[in-house]
Design a protein around this ligand. Structure first.
Ligand SMILES: [Zn+2]
Length: 319
């Protein structure tokens, strides 16, 4: 996700401003995410908490996307790095778990809450690895399709130095680590990482636990793709598998299957309504997501937003 933080800090700033202005200001801030918002968020109070999943694999939580770690005598593989101001705290937290160096840092996708610390780790000699599209998109400014607002390119020190098209494998610490591209889902550069011997997966934002997922159409995402990626992830898991989600607590196969079925139901209803001739602007007023609002509506993406994203994504693909 790229918009999961700082909301409680942001909203008070807008009190008293006209609604349209609020929306515009919020859009601009979201576009330059990782810079403006980050500057407003106070990371001083964030602590990095480590959760041991097995003898060599850990999940680190702080602010932003969950970090995965494979530790051991061959050096450390790190997955995602949250925001730049947290890099030193993250390094301290890693050092408490393993004295070795981080050798490789894999970005699950482009968003700043997962790759914001890239520069700080690359300067330490860490090799950054990601899907081809992550590097390509980091090198140019981004444009928000809805608002037309532009976001700056990332600095060259943030760019991955090893990229791949479909998948790749690492073999370290007695573990085969598969890095698998999940195309056109949350973005177009998402990967899922599979620690084979441990039966542990890091799903990036292809699976999240904050409610309705944010799907970044401007960065090549697709709701249909997101849902089929969930189905694919579920098919790779068994009942003993553990899944580090992009955001939220450690999960199991049943959690992935449940989110898949909920989103599939919403998607099918939106597509049926569009096929019946319902206009996109009227879709959000239909009670399509309402039965899920109690379970999925607690995050920053509301049911109506999600339904609208489904419609936009579907219409874009049927053009
Ligand atoms: Zn994301």
């Amino acid at each position: 996700m790229s918009r999961n933080f700082g909301y409680s800090n942001l909203y008070p700033t807008f009190n008293g401003k006209p609604k349209r202005m609020k929306k515009l200001v919020l859009s601009i801030i979201l576009v330059v995410l990782g810079t403006t918002v980050m500057a407003q968020q106070n990371f001083d109070n964030v602590s990095i908490e480590a959760e041991k999943i097995d003898d060599s694999v850990y999940m680190l939580k702080g602010a932003g996307g969950n970090i995965g770690l494979l530790t051991g005598p061959d050096g450390i593989i790190m997955i995602d790095d949250q925001f730049a101001p947290l890099s030193e705290k993250i390094k301290d937290a890693i050092r408490k778990l393993d004295q070795g160096n981080v050798r490789f840092l894999i970005n699950t996708h482009i968003h700043g809450d997962h790759s914001g610390g890239n520069e700080n780790f690359k300067r330490d000699g860490v090799t950054i690895v990601a899907h081809d599209n992550v590097r390509v998109r980091m090198m140019v400014e981004s444009v928000n399709e809805q608002t037309g607002q532009k976001g700056p390119a990332r600095a060259p020190d943030a760019w991955p130095v090893i990229t791949f098209t479909s998948d790749m494998k690492f073999h370290m610490n007695g573990q085969d680590v598969e890095v698998i591209h999940f195309p056109t889902g949350h973005t177009d550069g998402d990967v899922v990482i599979h620690f084979v011997q441990s039966n542990i997966y890091h799903a990036g934002d292809s699976f999240v636990r904050y409610g309705y997922p944010y799907i970044d159409l401007a960065n090549g995402g697709s709701v249909r793709g997101f849902i089929s990626n969930l189905e694919r992830l579920a098919s790779m898991l068994n009942d003993d598998s553990k899944v580090i989600p992009g955001h939220g607590e450690l999960a199991k196969k049943e959690d992935v299957v449940l989110l898949y079925s909920q989103l599939k139901d919403i998607y099918d209803q939106v597509v049926a309504a569009l096929k019946k001739g319902t206009k996109k602007e009227d879709i959000a007023n239909l009670p399509i997501a309402s039965k899920y609002d109690d379970i999925l509506g607690a995050g920053f993406v509301k049911g109506k937003d999600f339904v609208l994203t489904v419609a936009e994504s579907y219409l874009k693909e049927s053009r």
